[in-house]
Design a protein around this ligand. Structure first.
Ligand code: ZN
Length: 54
């Protein structure tokens, strides 16, 4: 099952979502915690969490 890991820039919440390629291409996932769309895909070690936690 295709899953993508994301990290929310706003609240720092990390979550995994299941997306089809088409969905992933056209829409960013919402953070389930703060409903922000400022979620960045966590790509291996490139993802740097610079947001404040809490
Ligand atoms: Zn969030």
């Amino acid at each position: 099952m295709p899953t993508c890991e994301y990290g929310c820039e706003r609240c720092g919440h990390e979550f995994t979502t299941v997306l089809t390629v088409r969905e992933h291409d056209k829409a960013r996932p919402k953070c389930p915690r703060c409903k922000s769309r400022r979620a960045q895909q966590a790509v291996s070690a490139v993802f740097v969490n610079t947001s404040r936690k809490g």
